[in-house]
Design a binder for this molecule. Structure first.
Ligand SMILES: [Zn+2]
Length: 375
């Protein structure tokens, strides 16, 4: 209101005075807006936890949040999906300007139909940026990189055409579409499974490792973080099997820090159980529905993240009814918040295990079998 009245005054002056006054008014409005925001009264963009966001909703939320919190979140363009949608990443820091902090990297919705995942990733971003006071300890020495919608084409197809759609929308042959992004990474790609070679299978692993632009985006950010010695923890959000699992998924071999992985996962599972009563199982990936190759988890660990997890959210509502991928709107908020508790606990424990004084190297040694340097 003050700005409007000031503007009324300047209409009475001469041209030059008007111009000068206008500059002063704009400046004073800006400063006033700044102090108003600092007092905590500004309107942050609303994150609606009562419905599943569309691709456009997700892009808009990120844009609005970044515009209002320039010192703590910036958006990074991770390229385009097959159908030319943005692979937008949020890079979150505490705004102290210190470069080269270690980083936690989260992706969500490699599988299109796992609708809870993108909104959970947005909630993680919101908690770190808007609820910063409460969560600042997670950002003192660590940045977070979040890709909330890793498979936007598949997600929109699942929302609008075929809800059980899991893959991308790139064509495989005349009749069949879609690659399973979580089989397309270059670690034990395909293995011996014929199903993964079938272009009409839901598990099609792609025409080659990293044949899909979406997996190349995830790969590139992984490599960038590891090569700059920043990659601390990789976390991939999936639903809805109530599990936290860790490498390896391809064979039953133990990693050299298996006990550490289990301790971190158990910490998060316990926190969730004490808070909501949901039981999350923890295990090496191999023991989770059998061996699978080409997944992001194993690739992240192979290239050098010392800890890596797949977080399988719960799809049960408040009454214990299982909805798998599509819990009703009324259940979204509880499941998202439950998962945030788990994600925050994973980060807490990983940070405790890897304080800045502890080198990230030597990292876990990968196996020689199926090791392929062409990445
Ligand atoms: Zn999944």
């Amino acid at each position: 209101m003050l700005c409007q009245s000031q503007y009324a005054v300047i209409t009475f002056g001469g041209i030059m005075w008007r111009a000068l006054f206008a500059i002063l008014v704009i400046y004073s409005c800006h400063v006033e807006g700044g102090s108003f925001r600092r007092s905590g009264g500004r309107q942050e963009p609303q994150l609606n936890l009562d419905e599943y966001p569309s691709y456009e909703d997700i892009m808009k939320y990120l844009k609005d949040l970044a515009r209002l919190n320039r010192n703590r979140i910036h958006l990074r363009d991770g390229g385009r999906s097959y159908e030319n949608r943005k692979l937008q990443m949020a890079v979150i820091s505490n705004g102290d300007g210190r470069p080269n902090k270690r980083a936690i990297f989260i992706d969500a919705a490699l599988h299109a139909r796992e609708w809870l995942c993108p909104i959970t990733a947005l909630y993680v971003i919101q908690q770190l940026v808007v609820n910063y006071q409460e969560n600042s300890y997670l950002l003192d020495d660590y940045d977070w990189v979040v890709l909330p919608l890793a498979n936007p084409d598949g997600y929109e197809y699942s929302r609008n055409v075929d809800d059980y759609w899991r893959n991308t929308r790139s064509p495989n042959n005349e009749h069949c579409y879609g690659t399973d992004l979580n089989r397309n990474f270059n670690y034990s790609w395909i293995m011996e499974s014929s199903d993964l070679k079938d272009p009409c299978s839901e598990n099609f692993a792609g025409s080659g490792p990293f044949s899909e632009p979406e997996t190349r985006t995830v790969r590139d950010i992984m490599l960038e973080l590891v090569e700059s010695n920043r990659g601390l923890m990789y976390l991939s959000l999936h639903s809805a099997n109530r599990s936290i699992y860790y490498p390896w998924r391809d064979y039953g071999e133990r990693t050299n820090n298996k006990a550490e992985h289990e301790e971190i996962a158990k910490h998060a599972a316990d926190r969730i159980y004490w808070s909501t009563g949901t039981r999350m199982s923890t295990m090496p990936g191999y023991f989770y529905h059998g061996m699978v190759g080409g997944i992001s988890l194993d690739y992240a660990f192979k290239v050098g993240f010392p800890v890596a997890f797949i977080f399988e959210m719960s799809g049960k509502d408040q009454n214990g009814v299982e909805h798998k991928f599509f819990p009703p709107s009324s259940a979204i908020r509880g499941l998202v918040q439950e998962s945030w508790l788990g994600i925050r606990s994973l980060a807490e424990k990983a940070i405790e295990k890897y304080p800045p004084s502890r080198p990230l190297w030597p990292r876990a040694k990968p196996k020689s079998k199926f090791w392929n340097w062409n990445w």
